[in-house]
Write a protein that binds this ligand. Structure first.
Ligand code: ZN
Length: 93
């Protein structure tokens, strides 16, 4: 008995997962820099894809960006992830 096939089916599942997110489009998430207050709209697709590429990412924390202006942390004004967990700017301010 050989178990070689398990790896293949796993990759297939991941691909399907990515495709699902890529097609949900349209909306975007408003990110605000905690340091300088600048706002930036990030497509929701992109926000949702971050945890998939960052294996160390905790699904219980909001995907975060680094501010291009000051290097500070950017946090979503409001974001609900695919698991239904909500993040608000007011949580960190
Ligand atoms: Zn900033």
């Amino acid at each position: 008995m050989k178990k070689k096939r398990s790896g293949i089916s796993k990759n297939k599942q991941k691909k399907k997962y990515l495709k699902q997110f890529a097609s949900t489009g349209k909306s975007s998430v408003n990110y605000i820099c905690l340091k300088c207050g600048i706002e930036e709209e990030i497509p929701k697709d992109v926000v949702e894809l971050i945890p998939l590429f960052d294996e160390g990412a905790d699904p219980l924390t909001a995907p975060q960006f680094t501010c291009e202006k000051c290097g500070g942390e950017m946090y979503p004004e409001y974001y609900k992830n695919p698991m239904g967990i909500e993040f608000r700017m007011s949580d960190v301010r």
